[in-house]
Design a protein around this ligand. Structure first.
Ligand SMILES: Cc1cc2nc3c(=O)[nH]c(=O)nc-3n(C[C@H](O)[C@H](O)[C@H](O)COP(=O)(O)O)c2cc1C
Length: 229
């Protein structure tokens, strides 16, 4: 059994060859398992040119606070909406992430299934990027990484934003959902009686990160009817 295990763990057994310690049995080393268990969780954050840049920014801030390793990819139109809709400059947003990858860099680690990312969120997700993911047409790093998430059966959350929705949008969402993605339109929950847009954004970001079993602690959860509202 031991020899079988050592054979199946070739990388470790080649590091510690039996010749190094001939009297001791060769135990299969499990370095790669340990590093998987102890490393920080990794989430890919992709921002595209749908309105709602603040959702991506707040998601990055929350992930940073939760000590999640983030890999950020921004489309050209995400940069434009960040500038138009928020007080941030794209460079400030990039500074919130641990790693930033160029959208044209198809050789980035996240473009491969062998890179152990724990999931991906496209926030906000335009109908164009949704369509690219739907068709599997991977001509930029966002659609390629989303494609990798689906083929590797990893978590993929699409914060798809458009209104109203055409048959094409709806079909793409349905089929991408059937392929394993979670469609999370950033629809406000009016029962929180938001006092500000910030409250609505925090609630949306909190609910999207719930999908990764992460609790931002930044919004009120529904606890049944409250008498004092
Ligand atoms: C201010 C602004 C808001 C936009 N909002 C949306 C939107 O909510 N949904 C959408 O699908 N496209 C929206 N677009 C259009 C996209 O930016 C456009 O389709 C772009 O090609 C998307 O490319 P990307 O997915 O590579 O970022 C918006 C564009 C601008 C300038």
């Amino acid at each position: 059994m031991l020899s079988l295990l050592s054979r199946t763990h070739t990388p470790s057994s080649s590091r510690h060859s039996p010749e190094d310690s001939p009297t001791e049995p060769t135990m299969p080393t499990i370095d790669h398992h340990i590093s998987h268990q102890t490393r920080r969780r990794r989430i890919v954050v992709a921002m595209t040119g749908a309105t709602g840049a603040i959702l991506g920014i707040k998601a990055l801030i929350a992930l940073r606070r939760l000590n999640i390793e983030t890999h950020l990819v921004m489309s050209k139109w995400a940069e434009a909406t960040i500038k138009y809709e928020t007080d941030y400059h794209p460079s400030n947003v990039k500074a919130l992430a641990d790693h930033v990858h160029n959208i044209n860099d198809m050789a980035a680690p996240i473009a491969s299934g062998s890179f152990k990312a724990d999931g991906m969120i496209v926030v906000p997700c335009s109908m164009k990027t949704l369509a690219a993911i739907h068709s599997g047409f991977c001509d930029d790093l966002i659609s390629r990484t989303a494609d990798v998430m689906l083929k590797e059966r990893r978590k993929l959350v699409l914060v798809a934003r458009e209104t109203p929705l055409s048959d094409i949008h709806l079909r793409n969402m349905l089929e991408v959902s059937r392929a394993g993605a979670i469609i999370f339109p950033p629809v406000p929950a009016y029962y929180i009686r938001a006092a500000s847009v910030d409250d609505l954004v925090n609630q949306s970001v909190g609910r999207m990160l719930d999908l990764f079993d992460l609790d931002t602690g930044d919004f009120e959860r529904w606890e049944g009817w409250q008498t004092e509202k």
